[in-house]
Design a protein around this ligand. Structure first.
Ligand code: NAD
Length: 260
């Protein structure tokens, strides 16, 4: 049994993770942590309840083997730093972690015996969407991304859009879509990651969706992924928890976990 702590346990993703971990016969949910916890806060798990402690420091006496972090970027960076120094592997779904922090996390993971997987999207369909986009970028010379999320999402563009754009940029040869010649409303051509334009939509009624549109003379190719329920992230999270001990240092994305 792998001992697991879920950090950000009272959040939308944290609650789903707490339940998924508690249901897996190979995993042992030993801790649930959330800054909004403490004072006897409890969460339902498979067959019972678990107390939600307020701070990751409470794990000091009996550290888990893996933490799963679904909090917010600055908190995740601190939590991962704490865990790595304690030799605890980390699976991080929190998005918005900047390049500098990623470099620091990589250096720390290389120094310690613990590993980290950071994946902007645990939905297996989204992992394939990014992989297919890399392939399409070798054939098409222009690409725009439209990502659509629920209105409570803090960061934009989404981590998935940024990761997709970076992979496309590494593979595309064209100079990208034409720039706006007359921008009567600022921002309508989206933000730019190299040659890729990204458009972020935030609306009630959405969960997480992304469309990657490639264009070249006389044809387009659209690769679209839709998340209709947060349960879609859980198979990827569970796979990552079980794989993190064998992937050295920092691993970005789930491709190595899935073997694609
Ligand atoms: P949420 O706001 O519902 O939950 C975040 C939780 O983290 C809250 O309960 C908050 O109290 C807690 N928290 C904040 N700082 C903390 C700290 N220092 N220690 C412990 N708990 C802390 O957000 P959410 O929708 O669950 O999303 C969480 C993160 O996961 C976001 O960054 C989101 O973009 C990302 N996300 C990733 C995926 C993926 O597949 N990788 C999917 C969905 C969301």
């Amino acid at each position: 049994m792998i001992k697991v702590a879920v950090v950000g346990a009272l959040g939308k993703m944290g609650r789903a993770t707490v339940m998924a971990v508690s249901r897996d016969p190979e995993l042992d949910l030993t801790w649930a942590v959330d800054v909004a916890g403490g004072q006897g806060a409890m969460l339902p798990v498979d067959g019972g309840e678990i107390e939600v402690v307020e701070s990751i420091q409470a794990l000091e006496a009996d550290p888990p083997e893996v933490i799963v972090d679904f909090t917010q970027a600055s908190a995740a960076v601190e939590n991962v730093g704490w865990a790595l120094r304690k030799g605890v592997h980390c699976v991080v779904g929190t998005t918005g972690i900047g390049e500098k922090d990623l470099e620091r996390i990589k250096a720390l993971a290389d120094e310690t015996k613990a590993n980290v997987i950071i994946a902007p999207n645990f939905a297996l369909g989204a992992v394939l969407m990014m992989r297919f986009s890399e392939m399409a970028a070798r054939v098409f010379d222009q690409c725009e991304i439209i990502e659509l999320h629920h209105r409570a999402k803090l960061d934009s563009p989404s981590g998935t859009a940024l990761e997709t754009a970076a992979r496309i940029e590494a593979n595309i040869e064209g100079e990208g879509p034409p720039p706006s010649r007359e921008d009567s409303v600022r921002g309508t051509r989206g933000g730019e990651v190299g040659p890729v334009h990204i458009h972020s939509v935030r609306l009630d009624g959405l969960v997480a969706h992304q469309e990657v549109i490639f264009g070249s003379t006389g044809q387009t190719l659209t690769i679209r992924h839709d998340t209709t329920d947060r349960s879609c992230f859980m198979p990827g999270v569970i796979m990552a928890v079980k794989a993190v001990h064998r992937l050295g240092g920092l691993t970005l994305g789930l491709d190595d976990v899935l073997g694609v």
